[in-house]
Design a protein around this ligand. Structure first.
Ligand SMILES: NC(=O)C1=CN([C@@H]2O[C@H](COP(=O)(O)OP(=O)(O)OC[C@H]3O[C@@H](n4cnc5c(N)ncnc54)[C@H](O)[C@@H]3O)[C@@H](O)[C@H]2O)C=CC1
Ligand SMILES: O=C(O)C(=O)[C@H](O)COP(=O)(O)O
Length: 327
């Protein structure tokens, strides 16, 4: 008998998961309204593997109770909705699809940098309101003549850098693991500190992960160091930024505009001060939201399930050490 694989809240059409039919009985769970925990309990308990997204939180109690469950394959980056170590202790392997949207985020980030420098916050409503190019405030800035600061030179930061180089702008990079290093290609310069970088930049874009040192680290002190009229872009995580401080920097200076795709609480609550900042371009965590990225994410999850049932190395397996220890 084929194992049951359930795809929960798929982020793509069923044909993206068709390869699973070769090895499994495949069910899709696409709720119309909010998902009830009891429904997920039943799916986890009845499936040998599930494919999930970040929309489905899986609790430790659910993992413990799902005795037949062997694999959770998450579409996209590392899950914040599963305790991976605990899953291993329950005999459940967890995989994800790292890097599937790296280029997608980088492209979007470059668009947001330009959109902020060209003041899309002011431009976009003008024509619809019957206005025209009457205000000096619509005057933007060329990217070519700007100094752009990249904070965090990881997978996405590097791709943003690669895409900015052809624009001819001056590029400064701050990334702690790169301290003391010199780029050998002359395309950019490393800076040792944010204090050195921020006063020089016309645009600053954030690309680090959230950890104990970076949580809320972009605060009032750092915003105050930024150049008058500069712009700030965050496609990384809302938790990296003190949103109140960002709102104040937009309202009172030094920032002229910001572009923000990620929030401390998503979707942002009505009291989030950024919602009242007209000079903030806000998007709903959609930097990675393209057909191609979702197809790669879903395809990667399918590959993990196929590999698992074929007893092959599972791409993107997160709890290999724990799982090996359990076997
Ligand atoms: N908006 C979206 O849809 C998406 C957002 N992301 C987010 O983008 C961010 C970057 O992701 P990746 O490039 O894949 O991560 P990564 O782990 O490859 O790179 C993070 C980099 O930040 C550096 N770093 C660590 N502490 C730092 C600090 N205090 N200051 C400056 N840099 C520091 C690290 O050394 C590393 O080079 C993450 O926050 C991730 O969650 C990722 C995918 C999609
Ligand atoms: O891959 C990431 O990291 C993202 O931010 C994606 O936009 C989606 O994240 P999750 O919804 O999979 O956490």
């Amino acid at each position: 008998m084929k194992p049951l694989v359930t795809v929960i809240e798929p982020e793509g059409p069923q044909e993206w998961f068709a390869a699973l039919n070769e090895i499994a009985e495949v069910k899709f769970f696409s709720p119309r309204g909010p998902v009830r925990a009891a429904e997920i309990d039943g799916i986890l308990a009845g499936s040998a593997a599930v494919v999930i997204t970040s929309a489905t939180a899986v609790s430790n109690d659910q993992l413990l109770a799902a005795t037949g469950l062997k694999l959770i394959a998450k579409c996209g980056g590392p899950p914040s909705n599963i305790d991976v170590e605990y899953a291993a202790r329950c005999g459940v392997a967890v995989s994800c699809v790292p890097g599937a949207n790296t280029t997608t985020i980088a492209e979007y980030t470059v668009m947001l940098i330009i959109a902020a420098l060209r003041r899309f916050d002011l431009q976009l409503p003008v024509v619809r309101r019957g206005g025209w190019r009457s205000s000096d405030s619509l005057l933007g800035h060329d990217l070519r003549d700007a100094t752009v600061g990249i904070v965090g030179l990881g997978a996405i930061g590097r791709e943003v850098l690669d895409r900015l180089v052809p624009f001819g702008c001056r590029l400064l990079v701050y990334s702690p693991h790169a301290r003391g290093r010199r780029p050998d290609d002359g395309r950019f310069s490393f800076v040792e500190t944010l204090e050195e970088m921020l006063p020089q930049c016309d645009a600053v874009t954030l690309h680090c992960r959230v950890n104990e040192t970076t949580r809320g680290f972009f605060d009032e002190r750092l915003f105050k160091m930024m150049k008058a009229g500069s712009v700030f872009v965050n496609t990384a995580r809302g938790a990296l930024v003190d949103e109140r401080a960002l709102a104040r920097a937009l309202e009172n200076g030094p920032l002229s505009a910001a572009a923000v795709d990620v929030f401390q609480i998503e979707p942002p609550q009505s009291q989030n001060p950024l919602l009242r900042c007209g000079s903030a371009l806000l998007t709903p965590h959609s930097a990675g939201w393209t057909v191609e990225a979702l197809r790669r994410e879903c395809g990667g999850a399918v590959d993990s399930v196929l590999a698992f049932f074929a007893d092959k190395t599972i791409p993107g397996l997160l709890n290999e050490d724990y799982i090996r220890h359990l076997r």
